[in-house]
Design a protein. Structure first.
Length: 216
């Protein structure tokens, strides 16, 4: 896995160097530090996973529940700017998904190293990138409607596991002022190391703001 990351980094560096040389520019200019930016975002979207089929200790199958719905959550990112287009940084989020209609809930948290490439079109800055990192899942599946009492319930499953995350994303920033921008982003979080039948996949849509401290 370490060799894979090194290969990606080397290919990216070579691509930037070749592009800069083709236009008669010094490749080192692409990596000149230009400042940093960071902020917070809320998100929602639509996720869909497999069906959770639970069994009693005696092996009796219980009614299945589809892990799908609209998530909600919050998180943030910080990026260090190099040259006019290249950025590297880190981000982290937590996302909640209620499903099944009787109290089942999944919580997914993840974060990692991000790299992206942006362009400037007037006051808009579209960008595309990828995050490498890890995360964790907590999934509480409720089979029977909970009662408001002090008695322990049966028909409840609690699962927790970790995974290696790869998260491709696209977005756009709108410059409100020199120091503040609005941001709209979409991504698709993938579990690439520990496939599980209840891990939901789908687009998340993020909206928030970032503060910039960039060189003039």
């Amino acid at each position: 896995m370490k060799r894979w990351f090194k290969t990606i980094g080397l290919v990216g560096w070579l691509a930037i160097a070749i592009e800069g040389t083709a236009f008669g520019e010094n490749p080192a200019d692409y990596f000149r530090y230009q400042g940093f930016s960071g902020g917070m975002m809320l998100h929602s979207g639509w996720l869909s996973g497999g069906s959770m089929t639970l069994r009693t200790p005696a092996g009796v199958a219980l009614p299945a529940q589809s892990v799908q719905g609209m998530p909600y959550g919050i998180g943030g990112a910080i990026r260090f700017h190099f040259g006019d287009q290249f950025r590297v940084g880190t981000e982290g989020y937590v996302s909640h998904l209620n499903y099944g209609g009787i109290g089942s809930r999944m919580d997914i948290s993840w974060g990692g190293l991000l790299v992206d490439w942006r362009w400037e079109i007037g006051r808009f800055s579209p960008y595309v990138g990828l995050t490498f990192g890890g995360g964790g899942v907590r999934n509480l599946t409720v089979v029977d409607a909970r009662r408001d009492d002090m008695v322990l319930e049966e028909g409840i499953s609690y699962r927790t596991y970790s995974f290696m995350a790869v998260d491709p994303f696209v977005g756009v920033e709108f410059e409100m002022t020199r120091r503040m921008r609005l941001v709209l982003k979409a991504d698709c979080l993938l579990d690439v190391s520990n496939p599980q039948p209840d891990f939901p996949v789908g687009p998340r849509i993020y909206f928030g703001f970032i503060f910039c401290h960039l060189n003039e």
